[in-house]
Ligand binder design. Structure first.
Ligand SMILES: C[S@@+](CC[C@H](N)C(=O)[O-])C[C@H]1O[C@@H](n2cnc3c(N)ncnc32)[C@H](O)[C@@H]1O
Length: 386
């Protein structure tokens, strides 16, 4: 098979560990007709790397290895096993059986995501056509070999790209698991993403540690992650808001599963903007705002900033003087610098002045290559507002 050639000199970046080449940086004459595994050559035709070509995506080539691996399947197995070992402490010392087992490029397995919910693993691919390129059977065999406790493997396409299917084992659509001792379920068939937003695990711990005797508002709550964390932390009242009815039902279920007082939780299946409008005058000690990714590409950042500023500024008005607000975003193209500017503009719009208490992001089961800051995607800024 003829190698794909670089059209731009990215040799140094690739050798430093940057795993991505956009279509515009590839020689158009060298592009194959089909997605698949290919060699990548430099501009002079010298072999450089091996990886996945994603025909339908601007992010066209993802590096699996610099140089040509002797046995790619064996290398995949080694990397899945290494990723498993990296997370071993979560289960043993942190009472956590729900975590991201494979985080794509961060584990040198480009485009491959595996989330583990106790005995269930959920496989998902990032990209337009990568589900045709990665060998799902080989991945499933490998997961089962590495983790003897695994009972079930589910393939869950990205939203809008088909139905989830169980590829090994049987079981309910809900998988139970623990996160820092809190009890959860993930709907691994119908839920959003792989069923649960595991990436906010350590940020939920921050909320848990602050919430004692506080009134907490959780906007875009999904299945109540921050709500239950606040409840377990001793919140006097928690209000959860999400547009998805099944998510709100699950949030109520999770509150109950964790033996929390039902009188202390109010859950609304509502558009956040409608809730903010309807609840004029309500004030909280802590407001958490974790909207969906408003920007999926760099071109969409400007428009997304307007949406973030709108929701953050309205939410800031719900924070009592001296209360706290958590601003979060999972949009990849919105980096920490841009997000700082969005938070500044939102506070200014709300006529509030902020004091930064902490800035955090994704936990260690969501690693990224140091050379690829684009994969440092989760932002979680905690501020005290005047
Ligand atoms: C990033 S997720 C939140 C994850 C959540 N914080 C957690 O820890 O599980 C974004 C959520 O926003 C919800 N959503 C999207 N648009 C909404 C809207 N206009 N109003 C309310 N919820 C919305 C989605 O249903 C989804 O649950």
């Amino acid at each position: 098979m003829k190698p794909i050639r670089l059209g731009k000199n990215l040799t140094r970046d690739i050798k430093r560990g940057h795993p991505w080449v956009y279509k515009k940086a590839l020689d158009p004459k060298s592009l194959p007709k089909q997605s698949g595994w290919y060699q990548l050559a430099d501009q002079k035709g010298k072999p450089l790397a091996y990886g996945l070509f994603d025909k339908g995506s601007e992010l066209a080539f993802r590096v699996f290895s610099v140089g040509l691996p002797k046995d790619p399947v064996q290398l995949m197995r080694q990397r899945i096993s290494r990723a498993f070992e990296l997370r071993a402490h979560l289960e043993t010392s942190q009472s956590t059986s729900g975590y991201r087992w494979v985080h794509g490029e961060g584990d040198l397995l480009p485009g491959l995501v595996v989330d583990r919910f106790a005995e269930t693993a959920v496989v998902q691919f990032d990209g337009q056509t990568l589900h045709h390129v990665w060998d799902l059977d080989a991945i499933t065999d490998c997961l089962l070999q590495v983790d003897s406790k695994l009972q079930r493997v589910v393939f869950k396409p990205q939203s809008g790209k088909g139905e989830a299917k169980v590829v090994h084992g049987t079981g309910e659509h809900l998988s139970e698991f623990l996160e820092h001792g809190m009890k959860w379920t993930a709907d691994v068939i119908h839920g959003q993403k792989t069923g649960f937003f595991l990436d906010q695990r350590e940020n939920r711990q921050i909320v848990k540690s602050l919430s004692h005797q506080w009134r907490v508002l959780n906007l875009f709550c999904y299945t109540g992650g921050f709500s239950v964390a606040a409840g377990v932390g001793g919140a006097s009242q928690v209000v959860s808001v999400d547009i998805s009815k099944p998510a709100i039902e699950a949030a109520k279920q999770h509150w109950q599963m964790n033996d929390l007082d039902l009188k202390k939780h109010e859950a609304h299946a509502l558009n956040v903007f409608d809730y903010l409008e309807q609840s004029r005058g309500a004030q909280f000690d802590l407001v958490v705002v974790d909207p969906p990714a408003f920007a999926s590409s760099r071109a969409a950042v400007e428009k997304a900033a307007v949406s973030y500023e709108k929701v953050f500024s309205e939410a800031a008005k719900k924070v009592r003087p001296g209360g706290l607000m958590a601003f979060s975003s999972c949009s990849r193209p919105v980096d920490f610098q841009i997000f700082t500017e969005i938070v500044t503009a939102s506070l200014s719009k709300a006529r509030r002045v902020g004091q930064v208490l902490s800035i955090s992001g994704q936990p260690m089961d969501h690693p990224y290559p140091q050379a690829c800051q684009e994969l440092r995607y989760l932002k979680f800024f905690l501020l005290k507002l005047d």
